[in-house]
Design a protein around this ligand. Sequence first.
Ligand code: NAD
Ligand code: UDX
Length: 465
Amino acid sequence: MKVKKICCIGAGYVGGPTMAVIAQKCPDIYVTVVDINEERIKAWNDENLDNLPVYEPGLDKVVAEARGRNLRFCTNVEGAIQEADMIFISVNTPTKTYGEGKGQAADLKWIELCARQIAAAAESDKIVVEKSTLPVRTAEAIRDILENTGNGTKFQILSNPEFLAEGTAIEDLMDPDRVLIGGDTKTPEGLEAMEALVEVYGHWVPREKILTTNVWSSELSKLTANAFLAQRVSSINALSELCESTEADINEVSRAIGTDSRIGNKFLKASVGFGGSCFQKDILNLVYISRSYGLTSVADYWEQVIKINDHQKGRFAKNIIRSLYNTVSGKKIAFLGWAFKKDTNDTRESAAIYVADHLLNEDAKVTVFDPKVKEEQMYSDLDYLNSRNKVDNRKLMKAEHCPYEACKGAHAVAVLTEWDEFVDYDWQKIYDNMLKPAQVFDGRSVLDKQKLRDIGFRVYTIGTT
Ligand code: NAD
Ligand code: UDX
């Protein structure tokens, strides 16, 4: 079967860029991305490509080429489902904030809603693709809903997890390490559906990079990949603390172990802690699933990755307080960066939010500059924690549009995101306008420590002395 029309439910950080690349690479396939969020769809349709709701290097060009040709963004979920042969579910699957599994399990209410919408709208057979990250065996629940609420049409369910990282989404989509497709390998219809999706990716991804597995392996591989990646960051971060006590240098240790081809040199950068919408959520999900099968030791093992990450964020904040003579009350502390990593405007689970919260609890005055994150987003991230009321958050924290203004009159500057531009700032000017002793806390090890020390700064970097 050859796919002619694709519908993607969910126009977020995954649905938008992924479908834009599919449309660009497959001019013979018509792609419709739908979302219930009208604002978001409006932004995807904005003539000015600077207003796209997702900031990703290179995304604007891809959208410019495909939008209006074979790529469309709209809110007509039902119509798009009806037309499509293949429907991707790319909606959010956050950690549950209520009830059974609160704080750990994935909240699948949006997934269930999608399944019900598909079943209600479909008038012909469809291939349904899980693009969202889901707990292993979710396909079973989706099948149950589709088969019991539909109009007698047939559905094949595939799992096709997305491995893109934000900030490099377009590169990752254009040239993926692999594409994973899980399906019902035991029936001809299942194999045919898998082949249809293989053919879509086959437009630009070499066949040997397209892996096919059973649906459960595919679902679990996504959680496993994120757990392994996050575990590497927590492992190096745990050792960064030991480095600070022993005069070993975490960057040298990373290089030394990373040259071992069995370990590899990626994902060994010590930091203020990992953030992003995926790592914590997916590990908590893995922990929850393991516990639900009675596998306590497995659950405890993976939970430790999160505990170390929380510890790392907390210890960064405590270190600022300690270095400012154990009190930050009323003191201005400038943050460079709010996004969870560079080259994205996404702030979900960003370490900056937690470090700010810790300092605000001590009555500090935090001023934030980030090249891509909007002020309302910063406040909404803080408000979400519910640590204090909205008025106090706005009184204690300010966003600045100019980095030099943000740092002016501050006791300390903390680097929370590794934006390239921070390195090239006029650090002499920043120093001249700060209170003394002027301190820099580089949570990303991006600045030239010696240069800053020569200017007169006191500098703290993660994992070095
Ligand atoms: P997101 O919150 O940016 O986007 C999800 C979108 O789905 C939202 O715009 C929301 O309005 C929409 N939506 C929810 N229910 C809907 C419905 N019933 N009908 C229409 N639209 C609906 O989320 P995201 O970051 O794109 O993540 C989506 C999924 O992909 C998650 O499962 C996530 O774990 C996974 N994932 C994310 C990344 C990443 O880097 N962000 C990478 C790989 C996988
Ligand atoms: C991650 C996975 O990499 C991706 O495959 C998956 O599809 C979604 O989740 P993402 O969260 O977008 O992607 O970014 P990633 O590059 O993995 O970084 C996650 C966090 O870890 C960031 O806060 C980053 O700064 C931090 N990190 C990463 C480190 O602190 N050190 C490292 O060496 C690598």
